[in-house]
Design a protein around this ligand. Sequence first.
Ligand code: SAM
Length: 281
Amino acid sequence: MNYKIRLTVFKALELFPRKVADFLYLKIQSLFGNANVARNFVSGQNGIDKCKETISALGWDRMDAIIEIGSGWYPATPLLLVKEFANCQVYTYDINSFYSAKSIQQSNAHMGIESKGLIPEIHYYPNTDLTKCSFPDFTNQEVMVYSKFVLEHIPNDVIKGIHENIIDKIGTHKVFHWISPSDHRFFTDASLSIYDFLKFSETEWLKNHTKFDYHNRTRLPEYVEIFKSVGYTIETLKYNQPNEKVFEQFRQSKVDERFKHFTAEENLAGSIVLALTYTKK
Ligand SMILES: C[S@@+](CC[C@H](N)C(=O)[O-])C[C@H]1O[C@@H](n2cnc3c(N)ncnc32)[C@H](O)[C@@H]1O
């Protein structure tokens, strides 16, 4: 969908009460193929595959508890994590409440599970502020924090606050994050480039997106800095780079002050994979 039409629709949605707006947003997403059960499982499996590939190389073969940040609309990732990590419990947190009886049932059916509700290994915490919440007792358990395509939608100070809270309450743990730092409007509007949003000042960018498509525009070195500043060790850092033609177009284009001090490689780093460890002293 053309980003201008999309923006107009999202701005109109912001005028509705939150519950109605969320319902209409999900309807629109389903209409354009972004929110359906099969698609969520394909995307969920991509995340699991990326995670397995990354953590196997680090020898992380046992997980007792996984904390998912950003549950989304379907419990696809938790179901796949339970299947992948034997005897693992998944605790999935979201600032919103998006799971529905229907999305849970459809996801279970997709996995061949007859139960209508969430299976006992999945613990859902909607409407939860991860910068403040408490966690179950994970003493003597291998804990991994997991997120896919979530951190780019959270302001930097909140990302920092979430990890500080996890460090404070849980202590030693591991982390896997998969981040999509590109301009997401590009995925539905081919007239834009993957870095189009870097041309806007902060004020202009606020006018060009809504809470439904909030993107922090955080660049690779800023993510690295956030995690180092709270005490993580970076075990793996991987990212994609576009082809030379995109680099050349980027060098010719306007970039806002906020991004000028980053190299083209840092500004264009896409699909960031981070594996981190925190060890309590
Ligand atoms: C783009 S969706 C990704 C959902 C899921 N991880 C996936 O890959 O399908 C981003 C999710 O992050 C959630 N989210 C945004 N800010 C958050 C925060 N501060 N804490 C927890 N979840 C948050 C949103 O409500 C939404 O469900």
